[in-house]
Design a protein around this ligand. Sequence first.
Ligand code: ADP
Ligand code: TRP
Length: 330
Amino acid sequence: MSKQKTILSGIQPSGKLHIGNYFGAMRQHIRMQEEGDAFYFLANYHSLTSVSDGGLLKEYTTDVVLDYLALGLDPEKCTFFAQSDVPQTTELAWILGCLTPVSLMEKGVAYKDKVANGLSPNIGLFTYPILQAADILIYHSDLVPVGEDQKQNIEIARDLAGKLNRACDKELLNIPEDYILKSVATVPGIDGRKMSKSYGNTINIFAEGKALKKRVMSIQTDSKALEDPKDPDTCNVFALIKLFADEPKRQEIADQYRAGGYGYGHAKKELLDLILGYFAEARERRKELEKNMDYVHDVLRNGGKKARKRAETVMKPIREATGLIRSFEY
Ligand code: ADP
Ligand code: TRP
């Protein structure tokens, strides 16, 4: 029997998760827990590159754990943990950093974007891809399901694994396959740009009541009158409806758009109901989990223990090969 593939992915707890994160990443993570030996983690060291308030980071971290568990991540089927529970990650990141030319990091797209936008980036942001490479390589990952925007970071991880193997003349690290989630279209935000925390245009997965209504009602549309026929394919509201509605419902709404006499207000009301219905069960589960934080902390504690154990088996030969002495055991 062939060995199960190790699947790994992470998400930064750096704000409330939105429906772009769900359809673009989390849904696939949850599906893939059935398909291999899956490791999913909260990239809280990475969040430090943008969040400096400790209380806030803890709050975001708890939110993301609750979100994933409520949406169907099953800690019996995968290893779910916090990056900061695996200190071997930063240890490997340092070793990889010592093999990384500064010029490679200077080509980093995310880094270059921040500079172009006038931000003065910190060193953590500059070396972000090295830490991400360590995340991937420390578990001998085979598949790393991420969106198109992460492609460069996966390439860097492959590159750095090769550099360490060559430097030590040993297969110390597995070279992961490129695995980009292509099926996922970019989810638009309420202003039509890519939905993103950094644009303030998100609809959060677990928003409800007035807050959710306000977000949905403020989705930008053109100014066609109620009676005018409308094109569903160029409408932000319909782009979101498509994610939540089944095929017959999608068709029905598209026909109404084209026929005229169906306003954007109608479409927004439809979208609101669809969102509420789609996440209804998960919302209930999240509320139950919130009352049971001991269980939630246990999940992370157990996940961290498993992840550290795996990471240590990979790190030990690397310490040997690089000549780092270690006079204690984890
Ligand atoms: P944000 O842009 O809100 O900061 P992140 O960069 O933290 O989101 O993304 C986390 C994950 O969610 C990534 O895998 C990314 O590809 C996915 N993702 C984020 N926004 C979208 C979107 N609008 N459409 C599809 N996927 C998205
Ligand atoms: N950079 C990823 C993002 O912003 C998060 C991340 C950190 C990650 N380490 C990772 C994703 C390792 C996959 C594998 O979405």
